[in-house]
Design a protein around this ligand. Structure first.
Ligand SMILES: [Zn+2]
Length: 71
């Protein structure tokens, strides 16, 4: 009975340890991505800045929206 409890305790420690490692690994990349999100000036969708099309300090999700947005 004791060995079973020790085994369960070790399994829990390993599981929690793995989760903590995964969280600390994924967090910095998610922050970096969300920090570079820009909004399309035409439809309002959010896209990564490196995928957006820029014109006159505005960003667009596609060439069609960039061309449609006149003002
Ligand atoms: Zn758009």
């Amino acid at each position: 009975m004791r060995t079973l409890l020790i085994f369960i305790a070790l399994a829990l420690i390993v599981m929690i340890g793995k989760r903590l490692l995964q969280k600390s690994r994924t967090r910095p990349t998610q922050r970096a991505v969300s920090a570079n999100m820009v909004q399309c000036a035409h439809c309002g969708i959010y896209i990564p800045q490196h995928e957006a099309l820029a014109r006159d300090s505005r960003f667009y999700c596609s060439a069609a929206h960039r061309d449609e947005d006149h003002d």
